[in-house]
Ligand binder design. Sequence first.
Ligand code: ADP
Ligand code: ARG
Length: 343
Amino acid sequence: MPSYPHFPENCTSLLCKYLTPTIFEKLRNRKTPSGFTLMQAINSGVQNPESAIGVYAGDEASYEVFSPLFNPIIQEYHGFGHEDHHQSDMDSTKLKATDLDPENKYIISTRIRVGRNLNALPLGPGISKEQRLHVEDEVSSALLSLQGTLQGNYFPLEGMSDSVQKQLIEDHFLFKAGDRFLEAAGLNRDWPSGRGIFHNREKTFLVWVNEEDQLRIISMQQGGDIKAVFERLVSAIGTIEKQLTFMHSEHLGYITSCPTNLGTAMRASVHIKLPKLSQDKEQFQAITKQYHLQIRGIHGEHSESEAAIFDISNRRRLGITEVECVQDMHDGVAALIAAEEKL
Ligand code: ADP
Ligand code: ARG
């Protein structure tokens, strides 16, 4: 019988905050219909006590079966209660976007991604090798039928040369291998089988296959034209949705393996140079907090900044629309640039 996990004294993850012995007792023998257990859901946060969150869902039912643990985590991360409603809005004409950096002094590149998973299959932490290969097959076939500016090729990770893989990662196009949080969540099983990347010729439209989510649909380009990046993403999602049915619920929006990605599953970011503001940590933190932004390093999550370049993105994804996610990022970046210019 599973016993209550050990968390170090200084543990600050939402898992250790909300997995009280009482909740653990209530959930420890529960399983979803596809067989995903509480111990699987919490393993990443147990193995990595420095996690910010620490839990992953193995399927759509995990969010219901383990709701006494997931609900307070979702509430704290997104400010979204179990009675709240999530609404989607991808109408890019509603985005109030101005040219934030007309002289190209600060913004290096812009990227917006969403996570998606196929309906009626387990999520990555609970998926079998055969199911994962089926996802790869379905998704790559759909992507290979895209036309026009979205047209491109699919490159499986299996058989990709080390140098090509390394270059794609360095250029910010491809996911890294060996993430220890994903490893403990069961998301790296059978690596690299079933994983790959699709991209168009310009590498402005890309799709990651079978990483943390089954699809990460990405639009990106150099410079700060946030609206153009959003428009390309919206158009790509609309086209892909004609061929694939994604896992979605009225309450939680798009369902993802990590609760931080629920709802819109959208992260809109810029790589931005802030040499002065980043020295003034207090002001930098205050502005990012005010605009609900997250600061990441130059190689994505859990990486460091280099040459005062930061990855700045919306933090909230559930209970706000896609337009609002991008607006959060846009308005926050405008405030960051204004502060940098004053210093
Ligand atoms: P995710 O975006 O899926 O949450 P990461 O934080 O790991 O995942 O970022 C994935 C990759 O995307 C990393 O290589 C990161 O540097 C790159 N990236 C993120 N935002 C931008 C951006 N605005 N411009 C260029 N690359 C970016
Ligand atoms: N599981 C990691 C943590 O709790 C990452 C959480 C958010 N990031 C993500 N890629 N899902 O710190």
